[in-house]
Design a binder for this molecule. Structure first.
Ligand code: ADP
Length: 887
């Protein structure tokens, strides 16, 4: 039964197929409540005979509106008679729905008097009507049976309708019905509203009975019951039963729902669990495989006893912890580090001195002394190894670990680009050993050398072990690059850790914090490099055998470029040797105009730049190879020349002298300026001069002041000075200001004393200093000129910068004699012992007749270019060199 709307039209309007039996369609069509005013039809008296329509499976209760589909002729005539005569109609249910032409006996005795609200004739001859129940009636008599039934009836009059009990039962029915509507999805909420709007027990009983989804016989029984109480009780029973069934149905549905949901959840969880298990198994399997691999490597027996124990312990741990544990990564990290180390694996350890000599000769131009020192060192290594083998275990036996190494370590010291690291690499190549480079510049954390403790997150082994792991053998050549740049702070002293690494007494059992077991470093061939020996920590310095590489002369640079740099840079640029030809003087112009360095790094860079541009020209513009680059073309390739010889003045100037400085980048020509200006009689020094340089300036100034009266040469120079009085210099209202340009660069050292004194004297006497004359020497208050260091670099710088004459201390004569002739080159060397010796060479003709003349010897170098060579360390002892250092 479909829920009906209050006017009952929905069922009819639904267009449900009419049935030929004159009753409602199988689903019956739901009765609805009749709208009040519309059924104001005249009711026949109870005794009047009314047409009767027998229904099949349809019971209409009072107050209900229901659609009727009538197909049987007798029934059509009955309903038409009622409708046309505006009388009521009696609806009575057939006893047997299947009887097609029922007689009086086939019709139930109790039915419902209804009014026919609407009647439609359908095309097939059947009729669709809308009827509204008025009251229950009992058939008294069949007045006629043809052409349709005509019956007289009496209304059923419930004797207990007004009883209070009935009202209370009715309320109960209403309450149960409310539940029923709630539980029954086929009933609209409005139905319950209809019930709630009345308190007449009979009406409630009728509405509820009409909507109860029970079979026709039960409905007929409810229709026939005379007593309201009885009807209400029957309804309560039926509702309770229906509600219980519906509630159970609900429960079952929700349980089924829950089950489905929980089954789905279970399925989901099981699936998830299965995936997790698979993952764990996979991890476990790979973990097992890895553990087995570690165990296999351990069984190879290469590890030291302490490392063996450590690995066993870590493997036990690895087997115990869950593969998902973060500890696994830590353990694996350690095991991988341990197994990456060479543990006794050695490259051929023979030292073939002659082979190394040949190789160094092939790879490096010049550096004769450096090569000699290296070969001597290697010869000692070889002898020690042989002595160790013979003395220790008899002929043929291997030398004990580290026995072949002298107690000192080679340290190549010199400015950048002079070939320190490439020489070390060459040694490794010649010895046939892997090469490992450790850049120590800026290392201030001890852990970088010795490793971090494993308790730190992200702990790593130190660089020494890292280098060994990379080299893959225990005896590589290991370059400790820039040990002078090691630093130290609160994170420890890396130099101390390095000491342990280099000390033959300790390095057989070097302990890295990360590894926590000892490792033998005694077979490593360490070579250190430094730019500035002064920067090397003292403790380390004692362990080193320092070999100085002091920078190349112009001819050396040209030869290095032709023989070594150009083939390498051409190859790197994808060109063949000879694809770029440097025209006459081009290479020299590159060296002089575009680089100013002790080494050849910038030169190498400049060559690469040229080659890159040539490669592009060839590809883009189709320039034919080989391509010749002339000196004049260089501007197009390298831009404007950076360093021009012309930069040094060629004309004499007042108050300006040229000093020579030694820096870690090589030598440099230093301009010193002095002026006399209105002031308070002070010596003012600017240009970031260090303490020693300031003291030098004071000493120079003191010497001038003290000697101006008695030294004829000085007086001659100052004769035009407005400050010279017969009592000496009057500088009460004047300052002497001295400045060393490139003020941003700190400078220090005593060797500028001579240049400072000359600049001051020139400014005071307004006498110009000769151009292209440079000088180096410490000056005392008494005017003596003292020995200085770094002469090779200074002289090279002087040559590079176009200086013609260099004044230097007499006491350095011996040093210069040891220098290769090409260092002096075309320089005119003037050795001076006292300040007055200097004057004729810097002021020339300005000196008064009779003033002192140079008595000292003048060295002139030969024009011939001799084979270049490096210099020995004692040419530039670290202490004096550092004192000359300009930073
Ligand atoms: P450093 O370590 O002193 O800073 P490098 O060893 O890195 O200098 O040298 C820089 C470049 O100069 C390298 O390509 C190197 O081969 C080259 N070089 C330096 N000196 C020479 C030399 N005497 N003979 C051949 N090439 C050299």
């Amino acid at each position: 039964m479909t829920p009906s709307l209050p006017d009952g039209g929905a069922a009819a309007a639904d267009g449900a197929a009419p049935t030929a039996d004159g009753a409602a369609p199988a689903d019956g069509g739901a009765p609805g409540r009749a709208p009040g005013p519309r059924h104001a039809r005249r009711s026949p008296s109870p005794s009047a005979a009314l047409p009767l329509l027998p229904t099949r499976e349809l019971i209409v209760f009072p107050k209900m509106v229901a659609p009727l589909f009538v197909g049987r002729q007798k029934s059509i005539q009955a309903i038409e008679a009622a409708f046309n005569q505006k009388t009521a109609l009696i609806l009575c249910s057939q006893r047997e729905a299947s009887v097609e032409d029922p007689g009086a006996d086939d019709i139930m005795p109790v039915g419902t008097r209804v009014s026919v609200l609407q009647l439609f004739k359908l095309p097939d001859g059947s009729v669709k009507a809308l009827v509204e129940g008025q009251e229950r009636v009992r058939i008294e008599r069949f007045e006629s049976t043809e052409p349709f039934f005509l019956v007289s009836s009496t209304p059923l009059a419930p004797p207990d309708r007004a009883l209070v009990r009935c009202r209370s039962l009715a309320r109960r029915v209403a309450a149960e019905f409310a539940d029923y509507v709630q539980l029954n999805p086929q009933l609209a909420d409005e139905v319950q509203y209809v019930v709630s709007q009345t308190d007449d027990p009979e009406e409630i009983a009728d509405v509820v009975a009409a909507h109860l989804q029970i079979d026709t016989a039960e409905k007929q029984a409810l229709l026939e019951m005379e007593s309201t109480q009885e009807r209400l009780l029957a309804l309560i029973e039926a509702l309770a039963e229906e509600n219980a069934v519906l509630a159970m149905e609900h429960e079952i549905v929700s349980k089924v729902q829950q089950r489905i949901e929980s089954a789905q959840r279970q399925l989901f969880l099981h699936e998830k669990l299965r995936v997790i298990r698979d993952e764990i198994e996979e991890a476990g399997e790979s973990a097992d495989e890895e553990t087995a691999e570690y165990a296999r490597r351990l069984a190879e027996g290469r590890l030291s006893p302490s490392a063996h124990k450590l690995v066993e312990r870590e493997l036990r741990k690895l087997r115990q912890v869950s593969p998902m544990s973060p500890e696994v990564a830590v353990i694996r990290g350690l095991l991988d580090t341990i197994f990456d180390l060479p543990w006794g694996k050695l490259a051929p350890a023979d030292v073939d001195v002659a082979a190394v000599a040949r190789h160094l000769e092939r790879t490096h131009y010049g550096l004769k002394d450096v090569k000699d020192r290296i070969l001597e060192y290697l010869a000692v290594c070889r002898m020690r190894a042989e002595a160790g083998a013979a003395g220790g275990r008899g002929a043929g036996a291997a030398a004990p670990a580290g026995a072949d190494h002298p107690a000192t370590i080679l340290c190549l010291a010199g400015p950048p680009g002079t070939g320190k690291s490439s020489v070390a690499q060459s040694i490794a190549d010649a010895l046939g050993r892997p090469f490992a480079r450790l850049a120590l510049g800026g290392v201030r954390d001890e852990a970088e050398i010795r490793g971090h403790r494993r308790t730190y997150i992200g702990a790593l082994p130190g660089r020494i072990l890292e280098g060994l792991a990379k080299a893959g053998v225990d005896n590589p050549v290991m370059l400790l690059d820039e040990i002078d740049k090691l630093d130290s702070d609160w994170r420890g002293n890396p130099a101390a850790a390095l000491m342990e690494v280099l000390d033959p007494a300790h390095n057989t059992s070097f302990r890295d914090n990360y590894l926590e077991c000892e490792y033998d470093l005694s077979r490593v061939f360490f070579i250190a490099t430094a730019n500035d020996v002064e920067g090397i920590p003292h403790t380390l310095y004692d362990r080193l055998e320092v070999i100085h590489l002091s920078g190349y002369t112009l001819p050396e640079k040209l030869a290095i470029a032709r023989r070594h740099l150009i083939p390498g840079t051409a190859r790197d640029s994808g060109l063949r040797r000879g694809d770029v030809k440097l025209g006459r003087g081009a290479l020299q112009t590159i060296v002089r105009g575009y680089t100013r360095e002790a080494g050849v790094r910038d030169l190498e860079r400049a060559l690469r730049r040229i080659e890159r541009k040539v490669a592009r020209k060839h590809l883009e513009d189709g320039a034919a190879l080989p391509l010749t680059v002339e000196a004049d073309d260089l501007r197009a390739y390298l831009g404007e020349a950076v360093w021009l010889d012309a930069e040094l003045r060629r004309t004499a100037r007042v108050g300006e002298s040229l000093g020579l400085a030694y820096t870690s980048d090589g030598g440099e020509v230093l301009t010193v300026e002095a002026i006399v200006a209105r002031g308070r009689g002070e010596l003012v020094l600017t240009g970031q001069l260090g303490d020693v340089m300031q003291e030098s300036a004071s000493a120079a100034w003191g010497h001038l002041l003290a000697n101006v009266e008695r030294d004829a040469a000085l007086r001659a120079l100052l004769r035009r000075s407005p400050h010279l009085t017969k009592d000496g210099l009057d500088l009460a209202n004047q300052d002497v200001r001295v400045h060393v340009p490139e003020g941003a660069v700190p400078k220090d050292g005593p060797s500028a004393g001579l240049a400072l004194a000359v600049a001051m004297l020139s400014a005071l006497g307004r006498v110009p200093v000769k151009p292209r004359v440079a000088m180096t020497g410490e000056i005392t208050l008494g005017g003596r000129i003292l020995r200085v260091g770094g002469l090779k670099e200074k002289l090279l710088a002087a040559s590079r910068s176009g200086i013609r004459t260099v004044l230097l201390p007499e006491s350095n004569r011996g040093t210069v004699a040891e220098l290769p002739p090409e260092v002096v080159g075309r320089l005119k060397l003037v050795y001076v012992d006292k300040f007055e010796d200097v004057l004729p060479h810097v002021f020339g003709g300005r000196l008064a007749p009779g003033a002192s003349r140079p008595e000292t010897a003048v060295g002139r170098s030969t024009d011939k270019v001799a084979p270049p060579s490096g210099t020995l360390s004692h040419n530039c002892p670290p202490t004096s060199a550092s004192r000359e250092r300009r930073r």
